[in-house]
Design a protein around this ligand. Structure first.
Ligand code: E4P
Length: 218
């Protein structure tokens, strides 16, 4: 499973790229608003740091507008993927952008049927939102299992990008359910590395190393 960062924060992206585990980035208007910077400039900087797909979200509500915005985003860099919303207009835009050679990420997907439609429209990525389903009392990760089964049943090539991930348990569950990609906030990414026994083990090895040095000096 590929690991994407769900952020527009350049410092966070640089840290993950430096570690060497950052297969791509997803952004949305909310994440860009948090950074308070120009969207296109920020995307250009992100694309200069990350080799993998970088998703840029359109804000038009009609297909023509989404296509126009998408084509502008696509000029920024080769690895731009254009986000369109899961609506009839979004799917129309998905077909048009895909036909013109621009990759699409269908966002705001909350049901298996929506994911089926996105695949039929030729989307490159489909983004089911796990955390927001949990927020309304549903089991968000179950949606990944359903979409995986449907895509496998019919050989759809669209990649399942588990989005709206809130914790490390989400990451493990979507990996077990066969998501192709998980996109997550940097805080969750950092937590993936942690385990109390790893910290305890490091401390024990260092303490014993110090003890050995003292013994050797005697
Ligand atoms: C990513 O593409 C999505 O926009 C993002 O994961 C949404 O996450 P949220 O539900 O935490 O806002």
């Amino acid at each position: 499973m590929k690991i994407f960062l769900d952020t527009a924060n350049l410092a966070e992206i640089k840290k993950a790229v430096d570690i060497g585990i950052c297969d791509g980035v997803t952004t949305n208007p909310t994440l860009i608003m948090k950074e308070g910077k120009d969207y296109k400039k920020t995307l250009k900087e992100i694309c200069s740091i990350v080799k993998g797909p970088v998703s840029a979200e359109t804000v038009s509500l009609n297909a023509e507008g989404m296509v126009r915005e998408g084509k502008e985003f696509a000029k920024i860099a080769k690895n731009i993927v254009v986000k369109v919303t899961m609506t009839p207009e979004g799917m129309k835009a998905c077909r048009m952008l895909t036909k013109s050679g621009i990759k699409v990420n269908t966002t705001l997907v909350f049901s298996a049927n929506q994911a089926l439609l996105a695949a039929k429209a030729g989307t490159y990525l489909v983004s089911p939102f796990i955390g927001r389903l949990d927020d309304i009392g549903e089991k968000g990760t179950e949606l990944i299992r359903e979409i995986r089964q449907i895509y496998d049943n019919y050989g759809f090539k669209s990649l399942i990008l588990a989005a709206s991930i809130r914790n490390v348990e989400h990451v493990k569950e979507v990996a077990m359910m066969g998501a192709d990609i998980a996109t997550m906030p940097f805080k969750v990414y950092e937590q993936l590395f942690n385990h109390a026994l790893t910290d305890k083990g490091i401390k024990m090895f260092l303490d014993d190393w110090q003890k050995l040095q003292k013994q050797l000096k005697k």
